[in-house]
Write a protein that binds this ligand. Sequence first.
Ligand SMILES: Nc1ncnc2c1ncn2[C@@H]1O[C@H](COP(=O)(O)OP(=O)(O)OP(=O)(O)O)[C@@H](O)[C@H]1O
Ligand SMILES: [Mg+2]
Length: 347
Amino acid sequence: MGLFGRRKTTIGLDIGSGLIKVAVIDHGKGEPELTKVAIAPLLADAIVEGEIMDPGIVADAIRAALSEAGIKGKNIVTAVGGRDVIIKKIQIDRMKEAQAREVIRWEAEQHVPFDMESVELDFQILDPDADDLQMNVLLVAAKRDLVENKIRLMHDADLDARVVDVDAFALHNAFEVNYPDAMMGVVGLVNIGHEVTNINILDDGVPLLTRDIALGTRRFREDLQRERGLSAEEADELLQGYDRSPHLDAVIESRGEEIAVGVERAAAFLASSTRSGSTMKAVYTSGGGSRVPGLTEALANRLRVRVEQANPLQRLNVRDGAFGSLVLDDVAPLLMLPIGLALRQVA
Ligand SMILES: Nc1ncnc2c1ncn2[C@@H]1O[C@H](COP(=O)(O)OP(=O)(O)OP(=O)(O)O)[C@@H](O)[C@H]1O
Ligand SMILES: [Mg+2]
């Protein structure tokens, strides 16, 4: 290490449709340490179902979040996700990584329903040390537009995106650091956001399947307004509070069912496509929606499996003052994704 140290801080930037979330992690001292967190609301409809409708507003909000928290630096990691990102485990003839890089586009053509000309590909060999004739490869394909739009957005916000990661992998990263014991068997990660719920199914720690459902706290709020006659403020108060209520229970009954069905379908698809037949061991929830009082219990009752709200700070060191005026317990569940992004070390 040089006298002045290398730049060892990574800024994880999660651009959600409801909130922009930033987590800064210092990788310089052996164990990663969370040094700063920032959260800024985004105007309604600037991002709709993952699509950036108004880049100017989003860029302004990103700049505001960073400057308010006094975050400077260039090592930004952000991510893409949603329908235009496909993750798939495939088998190909065993070869060296460099060689695989040359043939992966051809291999991917048979597995990815996108036009190969307009796709960014990445992959990881899952069993590099095995000696079977075939090897398992986790293939990721993202529509190039999606990646280019993210990079352009970073540019508009005067930032330099070093890495464009994939939402599902970032969630997995944060999860792996905090719940190492859960990296065995089949486990579901359910990130319930403002507009979208991401479902990831891990098999022995490998994120084999990712699915999105268009459902989040925004829909919960709309239900509370329309069906229960609450104002938007009253609805938010319940959704972000700590107590169950008959209003919430009514809404959770139908929306919780939708989430449960999504998890079941994803798990069933995985079981049929891998023939593993193993049943899901546990489900971990995160995101703003995981805070809705009563939702975790409803999912557990419905899925008949252990459902737990995941805490991205379970095993992560946190520097004093990292949260500023934010209430740690309130916002921690929202930070799974940005912390997963910031856990990446950028050279
Ligand atoms: N302490 C809190 N502050 C603000 N919002 C909160 C808080 N706790 C829960 N919420 C709820 O969480 C929502 C945001 O959750 P989250 O940050 O996971 O979504 P997002 O990433 O913006 O959305 P998406 O991933 O769907 O694009 C808010 O809309 C609000 O309803
Ligand atoms: Mg989100």
